[in-house]
Design a protein around this ligand. Structure first.
Ligand code: BV8
Ligand code: ZN
Length: 248
């Protein structure tokens, strides 16, 4: 007897094969199978477990100790560079060959693009982007390791990661793009996020306002689960590929 969620997942696969418009909202959990620590599950990395992301991913932390913040980002950049997208990222690329799929990600690792997803909306920026805190210099910088702290090649002031810190606004183009695609979708797949960070988590409410089906793929229930029409338990690397199985 297959579980309830497996029957519902087959129905979802059929809707995708019938051309439903899909938007994906992904969080750190989609990259967990690539060995990239999540924000809440990073106790297995003792080096950083004494810090909370909310304490490091802030303009105040950077102003106070740019070297510490850059050591944290440099460590994460090296993990990302040493690993690769996983079956969950690849399943979304395969799904986009069957129906319209737009990815809105909270992650900064660039793995969706690396796996082949097009037009990815990076809600919180990209860890490979850098910009000067003083002049308009901005670029993609793939140096691993980075000089700590990296300096602007134009004015020699500090470079900062091109990510959105707590207390900073979402890049307007990303915010508008996400609102547009989420408002127009038939199905919102919420993958690997605890749903604790706003305004990203608010996109689930926006989808429901526009009568989209909300389906959560997560190892465990989250703040999203009670707002989802279906909760699919397990690792996204195992469960997202099930969407590709041709419907019976
Ligand atoms: C803003 C980039 C205003 C940097 C990030 C009090 C109440 C409500 C809100 C607030 C509040 N106080 C402050 C706020 C606002 C704040 C916020 O929401 N804080 C939270 C902590 C309460 N938000 C902001 O500050 C935002 N900006 O509001 O600005 C404003 C407006 C206009 C003008 C100026 C200012 C900006 C937030 C962006 C912060 N930047 N990232 C970086 O990466 O270094 S957030 C960062 O943390 C991630 O991007 C991500 O969004 C978040 C982590 O969340 P998740 O992705 O969900 O990851 P997490 O580890 O938490 O969970 C992993 C999940 O995966 C788990 O559920 C787990 O079960 C699951 N999982 C694990 N393995 C698997 C899996 N699932 C499937 N398969 C697996 N294998
Ligand atoms: Zn500069």
């Amino acid at each position: 007897m297959s579980e309830h969620w497996q029957n519902k997942l087959e129905e979802l696969a059929r809707r995708c094969h019938d051309g439903a418009r899909v938007v994906v909202l992904s969080g750190a959990g989609i990259s967990a199978a690539s060995g990239i620590p999540t924000f809440r599950g990073s106790e297995d990395h003792a080096l950083w477990s004494r810090y909370r992301p909310e304490d490091l991913a802030t303009p105040e932390a950077f102003d106070r100790d740019p070297e510490l913040v850059w050591r944290w980002y440099d460590w994460r950049r090296s993990l990302i560079a040493e690993s690769a997208p996983n079956d969950a990222h690849h399943a979304l690329v395969d799904l986009a060959a069957i129906t319209d799929v737009r990815v809105v990600t909270q992650n900064v690792d660039g793995y969706h693009q690396q796996a082949g997803s097009q037009d990815v909306i990076e809600y919180h920026g990209n860890i490979w982007a850098v910009r000067c805190i003083s002049c308009t210099f901005a670029d993609m910088d793939h140096r691993v390791p980075m000089p700590i702290p990296p300096r602007c090649p134009r004015c020699n002031d500090l470079l900062r990661p091109g990510v959105v810190w707590f207390g900073e606004g979402i890049p307007p183009a990303a915010a508008q793009g996400a609102d547009e695609v989420v408002s127009a979708c038939d199905i919102l797949l919420v993958v690997g996020t605890a749903g604790a960070v706003y305004p990203a988590a608010g996109l689930v409410t926006l989808a429901r306002l526009h009568d989209a089906s909300v389906v959560e793929f997560n190892l465990e229930p989250s703040a999203i689960t009670q707002r989802a029409d279906l909760y699919v338990p397990g690792s996204a690397a195992d469960t997202l590929p099930l969407l590709l199985e041709a419907p019976a």
